[in-house]
Ligand binder design. Structure first.
Ligand SMILES: C[S@@+](CC[C@H](N)C(=O)[O-])C[C@H]1O[C@@H](n2cnc3c(N)ncnc32)[C@H](O)[C@@H]1O
Length: 219
């Protein structure tokens, strides 16, 4: 088991600009870091789930870019970044002028990575642990919910979309960033913008992923 997650993250990542949002720097795994090389079995032996927090996912990069270029979406608003991973989208929302941003994660290492990455960018975030999908989003607490790259597994995607639909029905603005993952319900979404996001062949099947930002409207 890893006794000091913050030390592990620092030792296995490099503080690098996000390719599609270089105004944000994150602790990321790349070819120069040991984490990049490790297989899922080796990580499992260390007690480490897949390190989603060590990558800036295409969906999160597109959503971060979208918000940074259109700060009015979040300016002065209370924002929840669901499944924050590295904290990328939450940091972008604070940089764009949100009044309050909370990042949610179920992975303990991600919670630590979000904290370290927020500090590296001079940002203060609220960090919420536990599964927020177990209760509805409180429309009295949040104006905007953001979700970067959350439709990569069917059971998770189904739960997330139901929860986001409930948020939209309660009057919350809901935006997703997604590069066309298998379980994205496109018929329920309105495409707002499309980006060419640099990614890596070790994670994806391409070096550039066409990635969209989508709005989920109330039915
Ligand atoms: C592909 S990563 C995306 C991370 C980030 N949003 C981005 O775009 O870079 C998906 C993340 O969802 C998190 N996750 C999965 N289920 C969750 C849940 N119920 N609540 C919060 N986070 C969750 C995982 O731990 C993982 O970090």
């Amino acid at each position: 088991m890893i006794a000091d997650p913050a030390a592990f993250i620092r030792a296995n990542t490099r503080l690098l600009p996000v390719p599609h949002a270089p105004e944000i720097r994150l602790h990321l795994a790349d070819e120069a870091t040991a984490l990049w090389e490790k297989t899922e079995e080796e990580l499992g032996a260390l007690g480490l789930p897949p390190p989603y927090w060590a990558f800036a996912w295409a969906g999160g990069q597109a959503l971060a870019r979208h918000i940074l270029d259109r700060p009015a979406i979040v300016r002065g608003k209370r924002v929840l970044d669901f499944a924050s991973g590295s904290g990328l989208v939450a940091i972008a929302a604070m940089q764009a002028g949100a009044s309050r941003v909370a990042a949610t994660e179920i992975d303990g290492f991600a919670l630590t990575a979000i904290e370290i990455n927020a500090v590296a960018n001079g940002i203060v975030l609220e960090i919420l642990s536990g599964d927020v999908l177990e209760r509805p989003v409180d429309p009295a607490a949040w104006d905007v919910v953001l979700a970067g790259d959350v439709c990569y597994e069917r059971p998770m995607a189904e739960r997330v979309i139901l929860w986001l639909e409930a948020a939209a029905a309660a009057g919350i603005e809901v935006l997703l960033g997604d590069p066309g993952r298998s379980y994205l319900p496109k018929h329920r979404l309105e495409r707002l913008a499309e980006y060419s996001v640099p990614t890596t062949r070790a994670l994806e099947d391409a070096e550039i992923k066409r990635t969209s930002v989508w709005a989920l409207r109330a039915r």
